[in-house]
Design a protein around this ligand. Structure first.
Ligand code: COA
Length: 157
């Protein structure tokens, strides 16, 4: 039978409830979802990628998302998908600014890997972003309401 695998990549610095909502939707649509902490060369990480991957695994497990796998990767998303037989690339859309950014990314990824189809899922939490959480933390505000519990535990460390 055709095993349908989708990739969902991001910096996840940190992984938020907004990201987790997209993972839940993707897990309901696909046989398997690979969540990838990828490198955005324009950004410097605040939180360790391996530790964040572990927290995402715990969040998926706590929600019974048994078809979710979490990886970290330093290369191109489109190459990883080609090498691993992944044909669908899930992205979350919060607003029209996200759409413009995503369309550029989708076109570049399609040029590198023509078999890769980008799919947009609606975000239910348009106000949440990783940088908003980092900013709240910098001013000493609690952020546990915006991230899954295992991520909140990591951020407290
Ligand atoms: N809910 C809430 N927030 C969301 C969201 C959702 N559903 N989807 C995205 N966001 C937020 C993120 O928190 C992030 O916020 P921030 O800018 O405040 O940190 C922002 O939207 C952008 O997130 P994302 O779409 O994950 O982009 P990114 O910059 O974190 O990651 C990569 C981009 C990693 C996917 C991209 O750089 C990449 O593919 N890198 C690998 C190399 C590659 O293949 N490059 C492309 C070809 S050149």
């Amino acid at each position: 039978m055709n095993h349908r695998i989708a990739l969902y990549a991001g910096s996840f610095d940190p992984y938020t409830n907004g990201h987790h909502a997209i993972v839940r939707k993707a897990a309901a649509l696909f046989d398997e979802v690979v969540v990838m902490i990828a490198v955005n060369i324009a950004k410097t990480r605040a939180f360790d990628a391996e530790a964040m991957a572990e927290a995402i695994r715990a969040a998926a497990e706590a929600d019974g998302l048994s078809n979710v796998r979490v990886v970290t990767h330093g290369g191109l998303v489109a190459d990883f998908c080609a090498e691993n037989g992944i044909r669908w690339y899930v992205r979350g859309l919060r607003n029209n600014m996200d759409y413009n950014y995503e369309e550029n990314l989708a076109q570049i990824n399609h040029l590198i890997n023509p078999a890769l189809e980008s799919i947009y899922l609606r975000s239910d939490d348009p106000a949440i972003s990783s940088s908003m959480i980092r900013e709240l933390m910098a001013f000493g505000k609690p952020v546990a309401a915006f991230v899954p519990a295992p991520v909140a535990a990591l951020l407290r460390e």
